[in-house]
Design a protein around this ligand. Structure first.
Ligand code: EPU
Length: 434
């Protein structure tokens, strides 16, 4: 089905109540799927979210010869015994950001890579210079030409080295890890990103026989090994999906038990919500979130690399700040340009002024339903939160962005009482409505 044509229709203003379960983490899944080509043995990946970025990743893998067998909706067996480097279909690679992991993975397996440049959400300039700097430090010659990136080595072997990341980069850290895992000698990544998906990718690689230590800290040490073997690995829960549901509970005024999350990963989001007066109770692998007594308090938020407040929670948090009492400030410090959603929120009655990298958000008593666009993935989930909290009907266009990263969002929201549906134009089969 052509999901690009659908619209989400929300009849908002109802508190949501019940339990909502978090799926596997998109940004861990995409790293680990490409990492599977580092071994010739079979891997089983569990808790894989059923989202379009994962499905595109699987199609890219199939395009280079990998055998993918779906064991169930969230489990795949991956057989990378026969892989041809350099032939990944450009139209798939350019659809998503994380296809850049194919560069590190092809380098790790074959000592050479030829991959189209990645796509993904539009946050302004999204360079991969630090990935390239890392590959060069490991002995590769890298050329970017005609929309492709080509990395080669003289003898088909990468050599361990020290790699300093000038900026904390999630993708750069994982990509250098993939390239270095079978390099000769030791690689040390300094100023590495700390995100949980980096730890999950390292855990997967170690389960395949890699020797990686320090993932989750500033310094990751990778001792090259000759060969990796297969393994079974379950993807960690998606902290951004979990945070999206936590904010949803606070915005709509109900009580949501957000289950299958790792509370430690949620600490920055939990702290900021508590500062706003939101009630959060921990319950093993769940957090129970409700609006709490009194109005939401104004706060200041700045996005930062983990363990700071995640940039991928920025637009969702902005919606909540719109509903707080007074003037809040939201500063984006990871991406140059993440405010494209603001014009959409203004259509719903939000009062937001952008000044440089900071949004000044003046709380309003309530948002009003309107026709808006999902300008990117997290902006899209912010529109869903805004629509569910708003009075009246909201229509969201360009919803394919949302399905890149949220598994069964509509079904999950309906199960906690949301009046939400997807409709497709008349020439598309309505029986396939999500
Ligand atoms: N940067 C450079 N040079 C590089 C790489 C990054 O200057 O070579 C800069 C970027 O311009 C940015 C900062 O470093 O200012 C951080 O970028 P990072 O490399 O960490 O981002 P990414 O790997 O491209 C991942 C997630 C994004 C998330 C960011 C930040 C994946 C597939 N994507 O992107 O997730 O926003 O980290 O946490 O893991 C999303 O899921 O919606 C999403 C956009």
């Amino acid at each position: 089905m052509d999901r690009s044509k659908g619209k989400i229709i929300i009849n908002g203003g109802k508190p949501l109540n019940g339990e909502i379960t978090v799926s596997g983490m998109k940004n861990a899944a995409v790293g680990i799927l490409f990492a599977t080509i580092l071994t010739e043995d079979k891997c089983i990946i569990e808790n894989l979210p059923d989202i379009s970025d994962v499905n595109v990743s699987l199609s890219i893998l199939e395009g280079i010869g990998v055998k993918v067998t779906k064991l169930d909706k969230n489990t795949v067996e991956i057989d990378s015994s026969e892989v041809t480097p350099g032939i990944a279909p450009y139209e798939l690679v350019s659809k998503m950001r994380a296809s850049y992991y194919l560069i590190g993975a092809e380098l790790g397996r074959f000592g050479r890579a030829f991959v189209g440049l990645p796509g993904g959400c539009d946050f302004g300039v999204r360079p991969i210079d630090l990935h390239i700097k890392g590959f060069e430090a490991l002995g590769c010659e890298v050329k970017v030409d005609g929309g492709y990136i080509e990395a080669t080595t003289e003898d088909g072997q990468l050599h361990g080295n020290s790699v300093y990341m000038d900026v904390v980069t999630v993708g750069g850290t994982i990509n250098v890890m993939l390239a270095a895992v079978k390099a000769e000698g030791i690689t040390v990544i300094e100023n590495a990103a700390h995100e949980p998906h980096i730890v999950d990718t390292a855990n997967f690689l170690n389960a395949c026989g890699a020797d990686i230590s320090g993932a989750g800290t500033d310094v990751i040490k990778i001792r090259g090994v000759k060969k990796l073997h297969g393994c079974t690995h379950a993807i960690i829960p998606d902290m951004i999906e979990a945070g999206t549901f936590m904010i949803l509970a606070a915005a709509t005024g109900g009580t949501l038990k957000v289950s299958n999350l790792i509370p430690k990963h949620m600490e920055s989001v939990t702290a900021k919500l508590c500062e706003m007066g939101v009630q959060i109770d921990a319950d093993e692998d769940a957090l129970v979130v409700s609006r709490g007594p009194g109005p939401l308090k104004k706060i200041n938020v700045k996005t930062l690399p983990y363990p700071g407040f995640p940039t991928d929670m920025h637009p969702q948090m902005c919606v909540l700040l719109c509903l707080a009492n007074g003037l809040s400030h939201l500063t984006e410090s990871v991406w140059d340009s993440r405010f494209r959603y603001v014009e959409e929120l203004k259509r719903m009655g939000a009062k937001i002024t952008i000044s440089g990298r900071t949004a000044e958000v003046d709380g309003v008593p309530h948002l009003c339903g309107a026709s808006v666009r999902a300008v990117d993935l997290r902006a899209g989930s912010a529109m869903v939160i805004a629509g569910l909290a708003a009075k009246g009907v909201t229509e969201i266009d360009e919803i394919y962005h949302i399905f890149r990263g949220y598994e069964d969002l509509i079904g999950k929201l309906q199960s906690v009482g949301a009046d939400i549906k997807v409709v497709y134009p008349k020439n598309i089969n309505y029986t396939e409505i999500e």
